[in-house]
Structure formats: structure tokens, C-alpha cells
Design a protein around this ligand. Structure first.
Ligand code: AMP
Length: 113
């Protein structure tokens, strides 16, 4: 998607502070961190949101969770962490490119607001 900001970040057209990258996904630090560790994990291929996942395109989600787990371990989040996906307007999704927030380094409230 030519006008998608996360597609541009994935292609390196917009700079980001990378935490991990391979041929399928990119993990980069959120510009507006909500916790001491706040990383976004995205597929490089454009998927607008969790509401556009299918049996065919969802394999990358398992990969994202495995990388998130590895990053959490490497970043010392042994006390726990949260992985968040906001979907659609009511879910609070502001960027329509599937992404998972990896948040850690502080205690999280539940339920979220
Ligand atoms: P969401 O509200 O779930 O769609 O999350 C979008 C996230 O992207 C927010 O936490 C923003 O702070 C973050 N964000 C937006 N633009 C950038 C950017 N250029 N680099 C890093 N994070 C960004």
C-alpha cells in the first residue's frame, strides 16, 4: 500500500529504531512509548488489521509472537509483558497495518480503558 506509513517503515522509506528484522517481519520502537519497553511488530506484507486475517495470510502472526517472546527474553522482561492488538475504530487502531504492541517493564492494569 503506497500510502501506508508502516509499509514505508518496512521498506526503510521512513526511518525507525529497529529491534528485529527478517524477510517477513519488522520490529521497531514505538515513537510514543506507553511503557519502558514498547515495540511494534509488523508483517512486511500489508494486512490492514486483525479483521483482515485469513487462513492463507495468518502464518506470520505465529512468527510475530515467537519473535516477541524472544525479544522480551532478550530485553529482560522476565516479570512478564503484554502483547496488544488494536483492531478497528472501537479497538483504538490508528494505523491500518496489522501490528502488535509488545509492552513491558512496568505492571499493567486490567481491564484496559
Ligand atoms: P495503534 O493505535 O494500535 O494503531 O498503534 C499505532 C502506534 O504506532 C502508536 O502507538 C503510535 O505511537 C505508533 N507510531 C505511529 N507512527 C510511528 C512511527 N513513525 N514510528 C514508530 N511508531 C509510530
Amino acid at each position: 500500500m503506497s500510502d501506508c506509513i508502516f509499509c514505508k517503515i518496512a521498506k526503510g522509506e521512513i526511518p525507525s529504531r529497529k529491534a528485529y528484522e527478517d524477510d517477513r517481519i519488522l520490529a521497531f520502537y514505538d515513537l510514543d512509548p506507553q511503557a519502558p519497553v514498547h515495540i511494534l511488530l509488523i508483517p512486511k506484507t500489508h494486512i490492514a488489521g486483525a479483521d483482515e486475517l485469513t487462513e492463507e495470510n495468518s502464518g506470520v502472526v505465529a512468527h510475530i509472537f515467537c519473535v516477541a517472546s524472544r525479544l522480551a527474553r532478550e530485553l529482560g522482561l522476565e516479570n512478564g509483558y503484554r502483547i496488544v492488538n488494536n483492531c478497528g475504530a472501537d479497538g483504538g487502531q490508528s494505523v491500518r497495518h496489522l501490528h502488535f504492541h509488545l509492552l513491558g517493564g512496568r505492571s499493567m492494569a486490567w481491564p484496559p480503558g
